[in-house]
Design a protein around this ligand. Structure first.
Ligand code: NAI
Length: 258
């Protein structure tokens, strides 16, 4: 479908599960060479994806991993900064450890990996970076101060990269709402406990909040990332693309004809 992605070297952070895994698999379908860095390497991995065990929050770890990648692959054409974590608390309950953990992975992780990929892209006079932010950079839930802040920060970083490295490098952000991944299941368990029926009910309830009536699939985020990575989106940079089933357009206010 996207012929220009064939043979491209693509690095996806957090490609071991959830959205990152779907993105990695979707690039494979287009004939790209796919590498992924994540904290754990899955056992049921697709052996066409080259996995690297690396913590995106550690600058030395990232530096040596990117060097290792570049010794095997001839450059990195496309970078997808997807790795991220979510933890829940309002500000006064957010201890310094939680704040630092979320900022280090969600924001500094994007800085670290981009920092070591961008010089390669500059050398090649071309590159494409896609950052996975969240609908929470737009509308927000309660009790997620650090996460919400981190996802807003990613929008700023996306715009900075887009402006500073145009026209050779494009950079855009994708803002998903609730997507069916281990992260969302973990959030449901925190709310309703480890009970399969209650978890399903909670996820269904979240889905009904979205105008499209369901939560999203990782593949639906992946399809948007592929579009942004391809030449089909050649005049889009610095943008924030919602993949949210309409969640962010809905005001929670009733109207007379309801
Ligand atoms: P997940 O928990 O299912 O997968 C997260 C991935 O990130 C895993 O591969 C994990 O190994 C990797 N990772 C986490 N910390 C890392 C670190 N320090 N270094 C390297 N890799 C690390 O999460 P999910 O749901 O797939 O989320 C992916 C991204 O999408 C995250 O940035 C998340 O904030 C964002 N997102 C997810 C939504 C959802 O509803 N699932 C909604 C909006 C945004």
């Amino acid at each position: 479908m996207y012929d220009d992605l064939k043979g491209k070297n693509v690095l996806v952070t957090g490609g071991s599960k959830g959205i990152g895994r779907a993105i990695a698999l979707r690039f494979l379908e287009e004939g790209a060479n796919v590498m992924s860095i994540s904290r754990n390497i899955p056992e049921d991995t697709d052996d066409r994806i080259t996995y690297y065990n690396c913590d995106v929050s550690g600058s030395n770890d990232v530096k040596s991993t990117i060097e290792n990648i570049l010794s095997k692959f001839n450059g990195i054409d496309i970078l997808v900064n997807n790795a991220g974590i979510e933890e829940y608390a309002r500000l006064d309950k957010t201890d310094e450890g939680m704040w630092d953990r979320i900022m280090d992975i969600n924001v500094k992780g994007v800085y670290n990996v981009s920092k070591y990929c961008i010089p390669e892209m500059i050398k090649n006079h071309s590159g494409n970076i896609i950052n996975i932010s969240s609908v929470q950079a737009n509308i927000i839930t309660k009790n997620a101060a650090a996460y919400v802040t981190s996802k807003h920060a990613i929008i700023g970083l996306t715009k900075s990269i887009a402006l500073d490295y145009a026209p050779e490098i494009r950079c855009n952000a994708v803002l998903p709402a609730t997507i069916d991944t281990p992260l969302v299941r973990k959030a449901a368990i925190l709310e309703v406990g480890n009970n399969e029926e209650k978890i399903k009910d909670k996820i269904r309830e979240w889905g009904l909040q979205h105008p499209l009536g369901r939560i999203g699939k990782p593949e639906e985020v992946a399809n948007t990332v592929l579009f942004l990575a391809s030449n089909q989106s050649s005049f889009i940079t610095g943008a924030s693309i919602m993949v949210d089933g309409g969640l962010s357009i809905k005001a929670p206010i009733s109207t007379p004809d309801e």
